[in-house]
Every structure is written in C-alpha cells, then in structure tokens.
Design a protein around this ligand. Structure first.
Ligand code: ADP
Ligand code: MG
Length: 362
C-alpha cells in the first residue's frame, strides 16, 4: 500500500477512537506520537486537517468562536504554504527544485528555505552529525521515499549513498541567498519542517491576538499559554509500543515538544522491520531506542533534536542537552521485554509518568 495512504488510514482509524466527554477532551490519534488530554471548563475551539502527509489540528482557548475559526484557517494556510516550499513529495516545491537543479552550482533560494537549512546544519553540529538533512540519498535507498525496498541495500550501495551525504559538503551563501549542493546530494527536511511549521503557526496566532492555543502537526506540538483552568497544556505521552493509553503527561507552556519513533514509519524487508531514521555515520536505520520525546523552546528545535537524539541515544544526547538551553528529553527503551524510560535534562516537575513506569534519570 502507498505509504501516504497507509498513514492516512492509520490516522483515520485513530480518529475513530477520539473521545470527548464532559469537560475532558482525550484524543487518541494513530498518526501522531502524542496525545492531547486537556480538562477544560469551557470547551476550546478545535479544527483539524491533513497536511504534510499527516494529521494536524489546532485548539484555541478563550477566543470567540468566529475569531478562533478565522485564526485556525490562517494556521492551516500557513501549514499548506510551508508544505509547498519544504515538501520532498511535491516536485514543484522549492526544496525539490534545489535538489534537482543545484548539482554543484549555486542555486538561489528564498530567505525562508535558506534559514531553515542553515538551522538544520546548526543542529547537525549540536548533535555531532547525527541530525543531517543531507541524508536523503540514504532515505531513498532504503525505500522510505515512495518506493518499497524489496531487498536490503548492498554495502556498496550504502557506501555510494554515503559518499553523497554530509552537511559539511554543502555551501551556504547568505548574501544571495544561495545554496550549492554537490552533484547527487539531496536535502530532506522531513525531520525538521513540521516543527518549524508549528512555530510559524504560533506566530500567526499571536498576530491575531490569540494567547492560549495548541498546535499539533503530526506529533510536533507548540503549546501557547494555558488550557482553561490549567498551568499550561497537559500533553499525553503515547505508549511507544502503540497502545491506546497515554503512559504519562508533560505540562507545556510556551514551548514545544516532538517525538521521533520507528512505530509510524518503517519498511519491512525479508521479515525484518527497518525504521525511517538513519544514522548518517553508518548509512543504516537505527533501532536502539523505541522513541524519544524532546521538549524545547521552539518546534524547530524539538523536531530536529528528537530525530538527532534518536540516532545518538540517551548517553550521547546528554552531552548535547548540556550545551542547549531549556531542552530536555525522554527516551523509551526496551529492557528485557519491558519499556523503561530515561530522562535526560531537567523537566522541573512537568513530567508525570504512570505508576508502573520505570524511570531512570541520566
Ligand atoms: P516524522 O517525520 O515521522 O515526524 P522525524 O521528525 O524523526 O519523524 O523525521 C524523520 C524523517 O527525517 C525520516 O522519515 C527521513 O525523511 C528524515 N531523516 C532520517 N534520518 C535522518 C537524520 N539522521 N537526520 C535528519 N533527517 C533524517
Ligand atoms: Mg524530527
């Protein structure tokens, strides 16, 4: 089955499990990594859509419903606009044109695309090369881009793709602005664009005078202000093995969260499952952890770091967290058939896990 259709169907199934009772709103969504659980007195306004291959929704509290509806539509317009710039699925998108046309020559790009790629390279540095948007030749080789890999790539094929990647080989010229990608190198913004988009959406809401809202784009969340009667927005942490119940909550206020895991997007080759996050240093998919959830001041940062930390694992991520402000991560790992959680960085009382959960602080 086509992967996008598969994702869409999974999200629709998730939607059927959505519950809304009295003051409690508990959405369980197959296409996202996190659940929203907000207890409210007056029901906030919620609207949803499908964009960037996933489900998105916005919840707005404390605004008149006409204003909330207009603001939600502006949020979705911003998501569609960013998709048209950043998507690898659309051959007309700016990033697709850069990939097809640079081939060793400077390619003039918008200030927006330039700055997202520039930020991506910044997070490559902070994650010791684990997060690298130039990884696309490997993403394609392993069959995560449209096709299905019927067989494992050979070592020679992996070596060939690895020769094309590496953010240090791209040239950024801020004055033009322009980007030069060596022949064969291609950029894949799937690990950062949704997080960037929720930041832009939060800005669009602020411009409209909205102070309390929640934007979720495929599990990339920005929480502005608070849910009614709360100290922030309580976000349910999804069971990394796909169970319907949240395993805990994180309280977010004016910050973002993102989760990277292998349970949503993978290929099966010869009966073995390969997840969609690839270690740029080995050219192979990573499966050392089940998922990693990162809280950070911006959606862009939480998205890039959740993908990078997934590659790095809890130990090495600790060094990265120490060098970043207001960043913390929760890893889910499998230990003897059970799921254990490892906390990296200080959640300062905002993290609650259900009683039976094993939590270690690294
Ligand atoms: P999702 O896109 O499902 O929200 P992520 O934010 O973790 O999940 O991004 C994973 C996507 O990023 C992959 O599907 C792939 O397109 C791309 N990717 C894979 N490995 C890396 C990597 N090491 N660095 C940057 N992007 C990656
Ligand atoms: Mg990411």
């Amino acid at each position: 089955m086509n992967r996008r259709l598969g994702r869409f169907l999974r999200s629709s199934v998730g939607r059927m499990r959505a519950l809304s009772c009295g003051g409690i709103l508990a959405l369980s969504l197959g296409a996202v990594a996190l659940l929203q659980a907000a207890c409210t007195k007056e029901e906030p306004y919620t609207k949803e859509t499908f964009v960037m291959g996933t489900k998105a929704w916005v919840t707005i509290a404390g605004a008149k419903s006409e204003d909330a509806e207009r603001a939600a539509l502006a949020v979705f317009r911003e998501m569609y606009r960013i998709e048209s710039v950043m998507s690898n699925w659309k051959s007309s998108s700016e990033v697709s044109r850069l990939n097809a046309q640079s081939q060793g020559k400077p390619f003039a790009v918008s200030r927006e695309l330039f700055s997202l790629i520039d930020s991506s390279f910044y997070y490559s540095e902070r994650t010791f090369g684990a997060f690298d948007v130039t990884v696309r030749p490997l993403v394609t080789l392993w069959g995560f881009e449209g096709g299905s890999a019927a067989r494992l790539p050979t070592d020679a094929e992996i070596g060939g793709a690895m020769a094309l990647i590496g953010y240090g080989k791209a040239t950024l010229d801020p004055s033009a602005p322009a980007i030069t990608l060596p022949p064969g190198m291609e950029i894949d913004l799937a690990g950062i664009a949704k997080g960037y988009a929720v930041d832009r959406c939060a800005a669009a809401l602020r411009e409209r005078g909205i102070a309390n809202a929640f934007v979720n784009l495929g599990g990339n969340i920005f929480a502005m202000g608070s849910a009614p009667g709360e100290r922030g927005w309580p976000i349910g942490i999804r069971d990394p093995r796909g169970g319907a119940n949240a395993v805990g909550t994180i309280m977010l206020k004016d910050e973002a969260v993102a989760t990277s895991g292998n349970y949503e997007n993978f290929v099966d080759i010869d009966g073995k499952r390969y997840g969609h996050i690839i270690d740029p240093r080995t050219g192979r998919p990573i499966d050392a952890v089940l998922s990693v959830t990162v809280v950070a001041p911006t959606g862009l940062e939480s998205d890039a770091l959740s993908t990078g930390f997934f590659v790095l694992g809890p130990e090495r991520s600790k060094d990265a967290v120490a060098s970043l402000r207001r960043v913390k991560a929760l890893f889910a790992v499998e230990e003897g058939g059970e799921v254990a959680y490892i906390q990296v960085g200080d959640f300062g009382g905002t993290l609650r896990l259900s009683d039976a959960t094993v939590l270690r602080v690294q």
